[in-house]
Design a protein around this ligand. Structure first.
Ligand code: SF4
Length: 224
């Protein structure tokens, strides 16, 4: 996770602390540390994600691109996935990250639109779909991925609708997993979704033509 330990947002499912308006500039040494970690681990794939940095003009897109570039220079075979914030919907920021050519560009919608007020109060479902759409428009040959949690109070019909919205926005890979409360300050689990229901979500993803999909209680966004 890059761009600091604190986030500018306050999602109800996440235990990362809000930065309460205190921002640090991106740490350039972070790039060197990531490169060193990948080397030492002998990693063949890396997922780079970040907190949301609404204070930065580009939302941290340039720092994502720098990470991709330094890792590519070091190991051209490394598979690089980026899981990015919404960059407040800025198409130029999406373009900056896409231009660095990650293997997978990922942005999670996290939940169904009706629950955004509690689950992602500072985010916007349509804006997140626009991130996916803009990424696909700029890079037809890059895999675009998204994911969301279930068990937060959504209906089955709402889940189908999100699966359809994602596919129509150009998403190629989708992950659907059970929400588990990371901390007592976070939202409560409303439902433990049955494996049969997860199967039905998989079936919907298959019908919609996703290139890859995973829907199960333990699916997480970096699962595939
Ligand atoms: S934007 Fe991401 S890191 Fe920030 S609170 Fe929400 S889920 Fe957590």
């Amino acid at each position: 996770m890059i761009l600091g330990r604190h986030c500018a947002r306050n999602c109800g499912f996440c235990c990362i602390e809000n930065n309460k308006g205190i921002f640090q500039p991106p740490d350039k040494d972070e790039l060197l540390r990531i490169r060193e970690a990948v080397k030492r681990l002998g990693a063949r794939k890396i997922v780079i994600t970040s907190v949301t940095r609404d204070d930065l003009e580009d939302g941290g897109a340039g720092h994502f691109a720098d990470c991709i570039n330094i890792l590519r220079e070091t190991n051209p075979e490394l598979k690089i996935e980026v899981l990015v914030p919404d960059f407040q919907g800025r198409a130029e920021s999406v373009e900056t990250v896409i231009a660095a050519r990650p293997d997978i560009f990922s942005h999670n919608v996290e939940t169904v639109p009706r629950l955004y007020a509690d689950v992602r109060p500072m985010s916007d479902y349509k804006r997140s779909l626009s991130v996916i759409r803009n990424a696909k428009k700029k890079a037809q040959d890059t895999d675009i991925k998204s994911g969301f949690m279930v068990g937060l109070g959504e209906t089955e019909a709402e889940v189908y609708s999100v699966i359809e919205d994602l596919r129509r926005s150009g998403c190629d890979i989708v992950t659907i997993g059970q929400y588990l409360r990371p901390d007592s300050k976070c939202l409560e689990v409303k439902e433990f979704v049955t494996p049969e229901k997860f199967e039905r979500f998989s079936e919907q993803a298959r019908k919609m033509g996703f290139k890859e999909y995973s829907s199960s209680p333990f699916t997480r966004s970096s699962y595939i």
